[in-house]
Design a protein around this ligand. Sequence first.
Ligand code: NAD
Length: 499
Amino acid sequence: MSAQIMESPWLSEATRQFLQRSGKLLIANKWTEAANGGHFWVKDPTSGQDLVEVARATAVDVDRAVQAAGKAYEGRWSRLSPAERARLLWRLADLIEEHAQEFSELESVNTGKPITETMLADVPLTVEHFRYFAGWVTKLTGETLPVSQPGHYLAYTRREPLGVVGAIVPWNFPLMIASWKIAPALACGNTVVIKPSEITPLSLLRLGELSIEAGFPPGVINIVPGYGHDAGHALVSHPDVAKISFTGSTRVGREIMVAAADRFTRVTLELGGKSPNIVLPDANPDAVVAGAMMGIFFNQGEVCCAGSRLFLPRTQFDAIIDKVGRRAQSIQQGVGIDPATEMGALVSETQMNRVMQYIETGKSEGASLVTGGDRNSEAGSGYFVQPTVFVGHDNMTIAREEIFGPVLVALPYEDLDEVVRRANATPYGLAAAVWTEDVRKGIKVAEKLKAGTVWINGYNLLDATSPWGGFKASGLGREMGSYALQHYTELKSTWVNLD
Ligand code: NAD
Protein backbone atom coordinates (compact mmCIF):
# COMPACT_ATOMS: atom_id res chain seq x y z
CA MET A 1 0.00 0.00 0.00
CA SER A 2 1.33 3.46 -0.91
CA ALA A 3 3.41 4.58 2.09
CA GLN A 4 3.56 8.10 0.67
CA ILE A 5 -0.21 8.42 1.03
CA MET A 6 -0.79 6.37 4.19
CA GLU A 7 1.90 8.27 6.10
CA SER A 8 0.97 11.65 4.71
CA PRO A 9 0.45 14.35 7.36
CA TRP A 10 -2.51 15.72 5.40
CA LEU A 11 -4.56 12.54 5.45
CA SER A 12 -7.35 12.40 8.02
CA GLU A 13 -7.91 9.30 10.14
CA ALA A 14 -11.30 8.75 8.47
CA THR A 15 -9.72 8.57 5.01
CA ARG A 16 -6.87 6.38 6.26
CA GLN A 17 -9.42 3.95 7.66
CA PHE A 18 -11.44 3.96 4.45
CA LEU A 19 -8.32 3.15 2.42
CA GLN A 20 -7.72 0.13 4.65
CA ARG A 21 -11.13 -1.34 3.86
CA SER A 22 -10.63 -3.07 0.53
CA GLY A 23 -13.33 -2.12 -1.96
CA LYS A 24 -16.24 -4.38 -2.81
CA LEU A 25 -19.25 -4.26 -5.08
CA LEU A 26 -22.46 -2.72 -3.77
CA ILE A 27 -25.48 -4.79 -4.79
CA ALA A 28 -28.84 -4.44 -3.02
CA ASN A 29 -27.18 -2.58 -0.11
CA LYS A 30 -24.77 -5.50 0.50
CA TRP A 31 -21.02 -5.22 0.01
CA THR A 32 -20.00 -8.31 -1.91
CA GLU A 33 -17.02 -9.84 -3.66
CA ALA A 34 -17.15 -10.45 -7.41
CA ALA A 35 -18.65 -13.83 -8.30
CA ASN A 36 -15.32 -15.04 -9.70
CA GLY A 37 -13.34 -13.51 -6.78
CA GLY A 38 -11.51 -11.12 -9.12
CA HIS A 39 -9.83 -7.91 -7.94
CA PHE A 40 -7.83 -5.04 -9.33
CA TRP A 41 -5.48 -2.54 -7.73
CA VAL A 42 -6.18 1.17 -7.56
CA LYS A 43 -2.89 3.09 -7.80
CA ASP A 44 -1.55 6.18 -6.10
CA PRO A 45 -0.78 8.48 -9.06
CA THR A 46 1.79 10.46 -7.09
CA SER A 47 4.04 7.42 -6.57
CA GLY A 48 2.72 4.69 -8.86
CA GLN A 49 2.35 2.42 -5.81
CA ASP A 50 -0.68 0.24 -5.06
CA LEU A 51 -3.33 1.96 -2.96
CA VAL A 52 -6.46 -0.16 -2.50
CA GLU A 53 -7.56 -3.52 -3.85
CA VAL A 54 -11.09 -3.47 -5.24
CA ALA A 55 -13.41 -6.30 -6.30
CA ARG A 56 -13.65 -6.47 -10.06
CA ALA A 57 -17.16 -6.92 -11.44
CA THR A 58 -17.77 -8.96 -14.57
CA ALA A 59 -20.95 -9.69 -16.52
CA VAL A 60 -22.32 -12.04 -13.82
CA ASP A 61 -22.05 -9.32 -11.16
CA VAL A 62 -23.52 -6.68 -13.45
CA ASP A 63 -26.46 -8.98 -14.06
CA ARG A 64 -26.97 -9.40 -10.28
CA ALA A 65 -26.84 -5.64 -9.87
CA VAL A 66 -29.31 -5.01 -12.70
CA GLN A 67 -31.70 -7.59 -11.22
CA ALA A 68 -31.46 -5.92 -7.80
CA ALA A 69 -32.11 -2.53 -9.40
CA GLY A 70 -35.09 -3.96 -11.32
CA LYS A 71 -36.56 -5.42 -8.16
CA ALA A 72 -36.17 -2.13 -6.30
CA TYR A 73 -37.71 -0.24 -9.21
CA GLU A 74 -40.80 -2.45 -9.23
CA GLY A 75 -40.92 -2.66 -5.45
CA ARG A 76 -40.14 -0.36 -2.56
CA TRP A 77 -38.71 2.53 -4.55
CA SER A 78 -41.86 2.92 -6.66
CA ARG A 79 -44.03 2.86 -3.53
CA LEU A 80 -42.27 5.79 -1.88
CA SER A 81 -44.00 9.11 -2.32
CA PRO A 82 -42.15 11.83 -4.26
CA ALA A 83 -41.65 13.74 -1.00
CA GLU A 84 -40.02 10.68 0.59
CA ARG A 85 -37.73 10.18 -2.39
CA ALA A 86 -36.78 13.87 -2.30
CA ARG A 87 -35.91 13.61 1.39
CA LEU A 88 -33.57 10.69 0.69
CA LEU A 89 -31.72 12.69 -1.95
CA TRP A 90 -31.45 15.63 0.46
CA ARG A 91 -30.22 13.33 3.20
CA LEU A 92 -27.51 11.94 0.92
CA ALA A 93 -26.47 15.49 -0.01
CA ASP A 94 -26.23 16.38 3.69
CA LEU A 95 -24.15 13.31 4.44
CA ILE A 96 -21.73 14.04 1.60
CA GLU A 97 -21.41 17.59 2.92
CA GLU A 98 -20.78 16.33 6.47
CA HIS A 99 -17.98 14.17 5.05
CA ALA A 100 -16.68 16.82 2.64
CA GLN A 101 -13.14 16.69 4.01
CA GLU A 102 -12.98 12.93 3.57
CA PHE A 103 -14.41 13.06 0.03
CA SER A 104 -11.99 15.85 -0.89
CA GLU A 105 -9.06 13.79 0.34
CA LEU A 106 -10.22 10.59 -1.33
CA GLU A 107 -10.81 12.27 -4.67
CA SER A 108 -7.43 13.94 -4.51
CA VAL A 109 -5.60 10.78 -3.45
CA ASN A 110 -7.21 8.65 -6.15
CA THR A 111 -7.00 11.06 -9.09
CA GLY A 112 -3.87 13.04 -8.18
CA LYS A 113 -5.67 16.40 -8.36
CA PRO A 114 -5.06 19.18 -5.78
CA ILE A 115 -7.20 19.07 -2.67
CA THR A 116 -7.83 22.79 -3.01
CA GLU A 117 -9.76 21.95 -6.19
CA THR A 118 -11.68 19.01 -4.73
CA MET A 119 -12.73 21.15 -1.77
CA LEU A 120 -13.81 24.06 -3.95
CA ALA A 121 -15.28 22.23 -6.92
CA ASP A 122 -15.73 18.44 -6.96
CA VAL A 123 -17.34 17.97 -3.56
CA PRO A 124 -19.55 21.08 -3.17
CA LEU A 125 -20.78 20.75 -6.75
CA THR A 126 -21.70 17.13 -6.02
CA VAL A 127 -23.67 18.18 -2.95
CA GLU A 128 -25.48 20.93 -4.88
CA HIS A 129 -26.31 18.51 -7.65
CA PHE A 130 -28.12 16.16 -5.27
CA ARG A 131 -29.95 19.10 -3.68
CA TYR A 132 -30.95 20.58 -7.02
CA PHE A 133 -32.46 17.31 -8.25
CA ALA A 134 -34.04 16.59 -4.86
CA GLY A 135 -36.03 19.74 -5.54
CA TRP A 136 -37.31 18.40 -8.86
CA VAL A 137 -38.79 15.18 -7.43
CA THR A 138 -41.99 16.94 -6.33
CA LYS A 139 -42.19 19.12 -9.43
CA LEU A 140 -42.27 16.62 -12.29
CA THR A 141 -45.60 17.60 -13.71
CA GLY A 142 -47.40 16.88 -16.99
CA GLU A 143 -49.84 18.99 -18.97
CA THR A 144 -53.48 18.89 -19.96
CA LEU A 145 -53.85 19.20 -23.72
CA PRO A 146 -56.44 21.23 -25.67
CA VAL A 147 -57.11 18.45 -28.22
CA SER A 148 -59.44 19.14 -31.19
CA GLN A 149 -60.79 15.68 -32.06
CA PRO A 150 -64.59 15.54 -32.30
CA GLY A 151 -66.04 14.35 -29.02
CA HIS A 152 -65.19 15.13 -25.45
CA TYR A 153 -61.77 14.08 -24.15
CA LEU A 154 -59.46 14.68 -21.27
CA ALA A 155 -55.94 14.39 -22.70
CA TYR A 156 -52.91 14.78 -20.50
CA THR A 157 -49.21 13.93 -20.28
CA ARG A 158 -47.21 12.26 -17.56
CA ARG A 159 -43.48 11.93 -17.14
CA GLU A 160 -42.76 8.34 -16.18
CA PRO A 161 -39.47 6.83 -15.09
CA LEU A 162 -37.59 4.56 -17.49
CA GLY A 163 -36.62 1.76 -15.11
CA VAL A 164 -33.02 0.69 -14.51
CA VAL A 165 -30.46 3.29 -15.56
CA GLY A 166 -26.90 2.15 -16.30
CA ALA A 167 -24.38 4.89 -15.59
CA ILE A 168 -20.76 4.77 -16.72
CA VAL A 169 -18.32 7.43 -15.56
CA PRO A 170 -14.72 8.44 -16.32
CA TRP A 171 -11.78 9.08 -14.01
CA ASN A 172 -11.36 12.84 -14.16
CA PHE A 173 -14.24 13.92 -11.85
CA PRO A 174 -15.35 10.53 -10.53
CA LEU A 175 -17.70 11.74 -7.79
CA MET A 176 -19.10 14.85 -9.42
CA ILE A 177 -19.86 13.22 -12.76
CA ALA A 178 -21.48 10.28 -10.94
CA SER A 179 -23.78 12.79 -9.22
CA TRP A 180 -24.75 14.22 -12.62
CA LYS A 181 -26.26 10.81 -13.37
CA ILE A 182 -27.40 9.35 -10.04
CA ALA A 183 -29.24 12.47 -8.87
CA PRO A 184 -31.52 13.05 -11.90
CA ALA A 185 -32.03 9.31 -12.46
CA LEU A 186 -33.32 8.83 -8.89
CA ALA A 187 -35.21 12.13 -8.89
CA CYS A 188 -37.23 10.85 -11.85
CA GLY A 189 -38.01 7.56 -10.08
CA ASN A 190 -35.46 5.26 -11.73
CA THR A 191 -32.96 2.99 -10.01
CA VAL A 192 -29.26 2.95 -10.88
CA VAL A 193 -26.38 0.60 -11.57
CA ILE A 194 -23.23 2.65 -11.83
CA LYS A 195 -19.82 1.60 -13.06
CA PRO A 196 -16.98 3.84 -11.94
CA SER A 197 -13.76 3.98 -13.91
CA GLU A 198 -11.42 1.13 -13.01
CA ILE A 199 -8.84 3.81 -12.22
CA THR A 200 -10.90 5.86 -9.74
CA PRO A 201 -13.65 3.93 -7.94
CA LEU A 202 -12.90 5.10 -4.37
CA SER A 203 -15.11 8.16 -3.85
CA LEU A 204 -18.08 6.38 -5.36
CA LEU A 205 -17.60 3.43 -3.01
CA ARG A 206 -17.67 5.87 -0.09
CA LEU A 207 -20.83 7.41 -1.52
CA GLY A 208 -22.29 3.88 -1.58
CA GLU A 209 -21.67 3.57 2.17
CA LEU A 210 -23.45 6.86 2.77
CA SER A 211 -26.37 5.89 0.53
CA ILE A 212 -27.08 2.99 2.91
CA GLU A 213 -26.75 5.32 5.89
CA ALA A 214 -29.13 7.79 4.21
CA GLY A 215 -31.77 5.05 4.04
CA PHE A 216 -32.08 4.26 0.34
CA PRO A 217 -33.89 0.92 -0.05
CA PRO A 218 -31.79 -2.03 -1.27
CA GLY A 219 -31.17 -2.03 -5.02
CA VAL A 220 -31.82 1.66 -5.65
CA ILE A 221 -28.09 2.48 -5.96
CA ASN A 222 -25.77 -0.34 -7.04
CA ILE A 223 -22.05 0.14 -7.69
CA VAL A 224 -20.03 -2.23 -9.85
CA PRO A 225 -16.36 -1.25 -10.16
CA GLY A 226 -14.76 -2.98 -13.12
CA TYR A 227 -13.27 -2.61 -16.55
CA GLY A 228 -14.99 -1.11 -19.56
CA HIS A 229 -14.66 -4.07 -21.88
CA ASP A 230 -16.32 -6.49 -19.43
CA ALA A 231 -18.39 -4.77 -16.69
CA GLY A 232 -19.05 -1.68 -18.84
CA HIS A 233 -19.92 -3.69 -21.92
CA ALA A 234 -22.18 -6.01 -19.88
CA LEU A 235 -24.09 -3.02 -18.53
CA VAL A 236 -24.54 -1.43 -21.94
CA SER A 237 -25.79 -4.64 -23.53
CA HIS A 238 -27.99 -5.83 -20.66
CA PRO A 239 -31.57 -6.32 -21.89
CA ASP A 240 -33.09 -4.98 -18.65
CA VAL A 241 -31.21 -1.68 -18.71
CA ALA A 242 -33.55 0.97 -20.08
CA LYS A 243 -31.04 3.76 -20.44
CA ILE A 244 -27.30 4.32 -20.49
CA SER A 245 -25.87 7.58 -19.29
CA PHE A 246 -22.23 7.71 -20.32
CA THR A 247 -19.41 10.17 -19.83
CA GLY A 248 -16.06 9.34 -21.38
CA SER A 249 -14.17 9.32 -24.63
CA THR A 250 -15.75 9.88 -28.01
CA ARG A 251 -14.39 6.49 -29.15
CA VAL A 252 -16.20 4.55 -26.40
CA GLY A 253 -19.27 6.77 -26.73
CA ARG A 254 -19.58 5.73 -30.37
CA GLU A 255 -19.29 2.02 -29.39
CA ILE A 256 -21.99 2.50 -26.77
CA MET A 257 -24.34 4.15 -29.22
CA VAL A 258 -23.90 1.22 -31.61
CA ALA A 259 -24.48 -1.34 -28.83
CA ALA A 260 -27.55 0.58 -27.62
CA ALA A 261 -29.08 0.57 -31.11
CA ASP A 262 -29.84 -3.16 -30.85
CA ARG A 263 -32.57 -2.64 -28.28
CA PHE A 264 -33.15 1.08 -28.71
CA THR A 265 -31.74 1.57 -25.22
CA ARG A 266 -31.93 5.29 -24.44
CA VAL A 267 -28.51 6.96 -24.34
CA THR A 268 -27.01 10.23 -23.32
CA LEU A 269 -23.35 10.76 -24.09
CA GLU A 270 -20.95 13.35 -22.68
CA LEU A 271 -17.77 13.00 -24.70
CA GLY A 272 -14.49 14.66 -25.56
CA GLY A 273 -13.54 18.14 -26.67
CA LYS A 274 -10.91 20.43 -28.14
CA SER A 275 -12.28 23.70 -26.91
CA PRO A 276 -11.25 27.12 -28.24
CA ASN A 277 -10.37 29.87 -25.77
CA ILE A 278 -10.62 33.05 -27.86
CA VAL A 279 -9.05 36.34 -26.82
CA LEU A 280 -10.35 39.45 -28.59
CA PRO A 281 -7.98 42.44 -28.99
CA ASP A 282 -9.78 44.55 -26.36
CA ALA A 283 -9.72 41.90 -23.61
CA ASN A 284 -8.38 42.65 -20.15
CA PRO A 285 -4.81 41.21 -20.29
CA ASP A 286 -4.71 40.05 -16.65
CA ALA A 287 -8.05 38.29 -16.93
CA VAL A 288 -6.88 36.65 -20.15
CA VAL A 289 -3.78 35.16 -18.55
CA ALA A 290 -5.75 33.89 -15.54
CA GLY A 291 -8.41 32.52 -17.90
CA ALA A 292 -5.85 30.72 -20.05
CA MET A 293 -4.40 29.07 -16.91
CA MET A 294 -7.83 28.07 -15.63
CA GLY A 295 -8.77 26.82 -19.09
CA ILE A 296 -5.90 24.39 -19.49
CA PHE A 297 -4.23 23.65 -16.13
CA PHE A 298 -7.27 23.15 -13.88
CA ASN A 299 -7.39 19.43 -12.99
CA GLN A 300 -4.04 18.95 -14.81
CA GLY A 301 -5.86 19.62 -18.08
CA GLU A 302 -7.74 16.34 -17.64
CA VAL A 303 -10.96 18.16 -18.37
CA CYS A 304 -13.36 17.42 -21.22
CA CYS A 305 -13.90 21.15 -21.81
CA ALA A 306 -10.21 22.14 -21.38
CA GLY A 307 -9.41 25.35 -23.27
CA SER A 308 -6.65 23.59 -25.16
CA ARG A 309 -6.59 25.94 -28.17
CA LEU A 310 -5.76 29.51 -27.14
CA PHE A 311 -6.50 31.93 -30.00
CA LEU A 312 -4.65 35.23 -29.60
CA PRO A 313 -4.70 38.34 -31.85
CA ARG A 314 -1.42 38.37 -33.78
CA THR A 315 -0.69 41.97 -32.75
CA GLN A 316 -0.62 40.99 -29.05
CA PHE A 317 0.55 37.43 -29.43
CA ASP A 318 4.13 37.75 -28.14
CA ALA A 319 3.21 39.85 -25.10
CA ILE A 320 0.39 37.55 -23.97
CA ILE A 321 2.20 34.30 -24.64
CA ASP A 322 5.20 35.52 -22.68
CA LYS A 323 2.98 36.13 -19.64
CA VAL A 324 1.14 32.81 -20.09
CA GLY A 325 4.47 30.96 -20.28
CA ARG A 326 5.86 32.63 -17.16
CA ARG A 327 2.68 31.99 -15.19
CA ALA A 328 2.65 28.33 -16.28
CA GLN A 329 6.24 27.95 -15.16
CA SER A 330 5.40 29.26 -11.70
CA ILE A 331 2.69 26.63 -11.02
CA GLN A 332 3.43 24.67 -7.86
CA GLN A 333 3.23 21.00 -8.81
CA GLY A 334 3.13 18.25 -6.21
CA VAL A 335 1.19 15.68 -4.22
CA GLY A 336 -2.53 16.43 -4.51
CA ILE A 337 -3.37 16.31 -0.81
CA ASP A 338 -0.70 18.89 0.06
CA PRO A 339 -2.76 22.12 0.35
CA ALA A 340 0.11 24.06 -1.27
CA THR A 341 -0.15 22.05 -4.49
CA GLU A 342 -1.59 23.94 -7.47
CA MET A 343 -1.32 21.14 -10.03
CA GLY A 344 -1.11 17.43 -9.28
CA ALA A 345 -0.06 14.23 -11.00
CA LEU A 346 -1.85 12.80 -14.01
CA VAL A 347 -4.19 9.98 -13.14
CA SER A 348 -2.28 6.98 -14.49
CA GLU A 349 0.87 5.85 -16.20
CA THR A 350 -1.09 5.23 -19.39
CA GLN A 351 -2.43 8.77 -19.35
CA MET A 352 1.01 10.22 -18.63
CA ASN A 353 2.51 8.26 -21.53
CA ARG A 354 -0.30 9.37 -23.80
CA VAL A 355 0.26 13.03 -22.90
CA MET A 356 4.05 12.69 -23.30
CA GLN A 357 3.49 11.11 -26.70
CA TYR A 358 1.47 14.16 -27.76
CA ILE A 359 4.21 16.46 -26.47
CA GLU A 360 6.81 14.58 -28.52
CA THR A 361 4.53 14.75 -31.57
CA GLY A 362 4.17 18.50 -31.04
CA LYS A 363 7.94 18.91 -31.00
CA SER A 364 8.48 16.68 -34.03
CA GLU A 365 5.80 18.48 -36.06
CA GLY A 366 7.62 21.77 -35.42
CA ALA A 367 5.52 23.41 -32.70
CA SER A 368 7.65 25.81 -30.70
CA LEU A 369 7.87 25.10 -26.99
CA VAL A 370 7.31 28.09 -24.70
CA THR A 371 7.59 26.18 -21.42
CA GLY A 372 7.35 22.64 -20.01
CA GLY A 373 7.51 19.74 -22.43
CA ASP A 374 8.72 17.05 -20.04
CA ARG A 375 7.89 14.97 -17.01
CA ASN A 376 8.38 16.66 -13.66
CA SER A 377 10.46 14.30 -11.51
CA GLU A 378 11.04 17.03 -8.92
CA ALA A 379 7.33 16.94 -8.05
CA GLY A 380 7.48 13.21 -7.29
CA SER A 381 8.13 9.74 -8.63
CA GLY A 382 4.57 9.38 -9.98
CA TYR A 383 2.85 10.60 -13.12
CA PHE A 384 3.81 14.27 -13.13
CA VAL A 385 3.95 16.19 -16.41
CA GLN A 386 5.04 19.83 -16.49
CA PRO A 387 2.53 22.52 -17.45
CA THR A 388 3.32 22.81 -21.15
CA VAL A 389 2.73 25.65 -23.59
CA PHE A 390 3.33 25.39 -27.34
CA VAL A 391 2.93 27.86 -30.16
CA GLY A 392 1.60 25.99 -33.14
CA HIS A 393 -0.79 26.02 -36.06
CA ASP A 394 -4.18 24.49 -36.69
CA ASN A 395 -3.18 21.40 -38.63
CA MET A 396 -0.71 20.09 -36.06
CA THR A 397 -1.82 16.98 -34.19
CA ILE A 398 -1.65 18.79 -30.84
CA ALA A 399 -4.07 21.44 -32.15
CA ARG A 400 -6.53 18.89 -33.53
CA GLU A 401 -6.72 15.96 -31.11
CA GLU A 402 -7.89 15.88 -27.50
CA ILE A 403 -4.77 15.48 -25.33
CA PHE A 404 -6.51 15.45 -21.95
CA GLY A 405 -3.48 16.79 -20.15
CA PRO A 406 -1.69 20.05 -19.26
CA VAL A 407 -0.76 20.98 -22.82
CA LEU A 408 -1.80 24.28 -24.35
CA VAL A 409 -1.44 25.25 -28.01
CA ALA A 410 -1.45 28.98 -28.66
CA LEU A 411 -2.55 30.03 -32.15
CA PRO A 412 -2.33 33.55 -33.63
CA TYR A 413 -5.19 34.99 -35.70
CA GLU A 414 -5.82 38.14 -37.77
CA ASP A 415 -9.58 38.85 -37.75
CA LEU A 416 -12.84 37.88 -36.12
CA ASP A 417 -14.45 35.92 -38.97
CA GLU A 418 -11.27 33.93 -39.36
CA VAL A 419 -11.00 33.03 -35.68
CA VAL A 420 -14.65 31.93 -35.49
CA ARG A 421 -14.20 29.72 -38.56
CA ARG A 422 -11.01 28.17 -37.14
CA ALA A 423 -12.52 27.73 -33.66
CA ASN A 424 -15.39 25.75 -35.22
CA ALA A 425 -13.13 23.69 -37.49
CA THR A 426 -13.09 20.66 -35.18
CA PRO A 427 -15.26 17.56 -34.92
CA TYR A 428 -15.90 18.51 -31.28
CA GLY A 429 -18.26 21.12 -29.82
CA LEU A 430 -18.34 20.89 -26.04
CA ALA A 431 -17.33 24.35 -24.82
CA ALA A 432 -15.70 27.63 -25.85
CA ALA A 433 -14.74 30.93 -24.27
CA VAL A 434 -14.49 34.51 -25.50
CA TRP A 435 -12.57 37.25 -23.70
CA THR A 436 -13.51 40.86 -24.41
CA GLU A 437 -14.43 44.10 -22.63
CA ASP A 438 -17.19 44.63 -25.23
CA VAL A 439 -19.93 42.26 -24.12
CA ARG A 440 -22.01 42.91 -27.25
CA LYS A 441 -19.13 41.69 -29.39
CA GLY A 442 -18.67 38.72 -27.05
CA ILE A 443 -22.31 37.72 -27.43
CA LYS A 444 -22.14 37.96 -31.22
CA VAL A 445 -19.09 35.70 -31.29
CA ALA A 446 -20.76 33.31 -28.82
CA GLU A 447 -23.77 33.01 -31.15
CA LYS A 448 -21.51 31.79 -33.95
CA LEU A 449 -19.59 29.22 -31.93
CA LYS A 450 -20.70 25.61 -32.30
CA ALA A 451 -20.43 24.53 -28.68
CA GLY A 452 -22.80 23.34 -25.96
CA THR A 453 -21.50 25.95 -23.52
CA VAL A 454 -19.87 29.31 -24.19
CA TRP A 455 -18.32 31.41 -21.46
CA ILE A 456 -17.76 35.14 -21.94
CA ASN A 457 -14.94 36.34 -19.68
CA GLY A 458 -14.77 33.12 -17.70
CA TYR A 459 -13.82 29.47 -17.94
CA ASN A 460 -14.94 26.12 -16.45
CA LEU A 461 -18.12 27.60 -14.97
CA LEU A 462 -20.59 24.82 -14.15
CA ASP A 463 -23.77 24.77 -12.12
CA ALA A 464 -26.51 22.22 -11.47
CA THR A 465 -29.00 24.58 -13.15
CA SER A 466 -27.07 25.13 -16.38
CA PRO A 467 -27.40 22.48 -19.12
CA TRP A 468 -24.20 20.67 -20.01
CA GLY A 469 -23.44 18.69 -23.16
CA GLY A 470 -21.90 18.79 -26.56
CA PHE A 471 -22.57 19.71 -30.15
CA LYS A 472 -21.24 17.32 -32.82
CA ALA A 473 -18.83 14.59 -31.60
CA SER A 474 -18.87 15.96 -28.04
CA GLY A 475 -22.06 14.17 -27.20
CA LEU A 476 -25.76 13.64 -27.30
CA GLY A 477 -28.33 15.08 -24.91
CA ARG A 478 -27.81 17.37 -21.94
CA GLU A 479 -27.08 16.85 -18.29
CA MET A 480 -27.92 19.31 -15.51
CA GLY A 481 -30.79 21.73 -15.25
CA SER A 482 -34.37 20.84 -16.09
CA TYR A 483 -33.03 19.60 -19.44
CA ALA A 484 -31.67 16.44 -17.80
CA LEU A 485 -35.15 15.37 -16.72
CA GLN A 486 -36.36 14.56 -20.22
CA HIS A 487 -33.49 12.05 -20.55
CA TYR A 488 -34.55 10.13 -17.44
CA THR A 489 -38.28 9.94 -18.18
CA GLU A 490 -40.59 8.81 -20.96
CA LEU A 491 -43.40 11.14 -21.87
CA LYS A 492 -46.80 9.44 -21.97
CA SER A 493 -49.97 10.92 -23.50
CA THR A 494 -53.21 9.60 -22.03
CA TRP A 495 -56.65 10.13 -23.61
CA VAL A 496 -59.83 9.66 -21.65
CA ASN A 497 -63.12 9.55 -23.58
CA LEU A 498 -65.58 11.52 -21.48
CA ASP A 499 -68.65 10.93 -23.69
P1 NAD B 1 -13.08 6.17 -21.45
O1 NAD B 1 -14.05 6.35 -22.57
O2 NAD B 1 -11.88 5.38 -21.70
O3 NAD B 1 -13.81 5.48 -20.20
C1 NAD B 1 -14.96 6.03 -19.62
C2 NAD B 1 -15.71 4.94 -18.91
O4 NAD B 1 -16.19 4.00 -19.87
C3 NAD B 1 -14.86 4.14 -17.92
O5 NAD B 1 -15.65 3.80 -16.80
C4 NAD B 1 -14.53 2.89 -18.72
O6 NAD B 1 -14.26 1.76 -17.92
C5 NAD B 1 -15.80 2.69 -19.53
N1 NAD B 1 -15.66 1.93 -20.76
C6 NAD B 1 -14.55 1.78 -21.54
N2 NAD B 1 -14.83 0.98 -22.59
C7 NAD B 1 -16.14 0.63 -22.49
C8 NAD B 1 -17.02 -0.18 -23.27
N3 NAD B 1 -16.60 -0.78 -24.39
N4 NAD B 1 -18.30 -0.32 -22.87
C9 NAD B 1 -18.74 0.29 -21.76
N5 NAD B 1 -17.96 1.05 -20.97
C10 NAD B 1 -16.67 1.22 -21.33
O7 NAD B 1 -12.76 7.64 -20.94
P2 NAD B 1 -11.77 8.06 -19.76
O8 NAD B 1 -10.38 7.86 -20.27
O9 NAD B 1 -12.18 7.44 -18.48
O10 NAD B 1 -12.11 9.61 -19.63
C11 NAD B 1 -11.59 10.56 -20.47
C12 NAD B 1 -12.56 10.94 -21.57
O11 NAD B 1 -13.81 11.32 -21.00
C13 NAD B 1 -12.09 12.13 -22.36
O12 NAD B 1 -12.29 11.91 -23.74
C14 NAD B 1 -12.98 13.26 -21.87
O13 NAD B 1 -13.14 14.30 -22.79
C15 NAD B 1 -14.25 12.55 -21.58
N6 NAD B 1 -15.05 13.32 -20.61
C16 NAD B 1 -16.16 13.99 -21.05
C17 NAD B 1 -16.90 14.78 -20.16
C18 NAD B 1 -18.11 15.55 -20.62
O14 NAD B 1 -18.86 16.03 -19.77
N7 NAD B 1 -18.34 15.72 -21.89
C19 NAD B 1 -16.53 14.84 -18.82
C20 NAD B 1 -15.39 14.13 -18.41
C21 NAD B 1 -14.67 13.37 -19.32
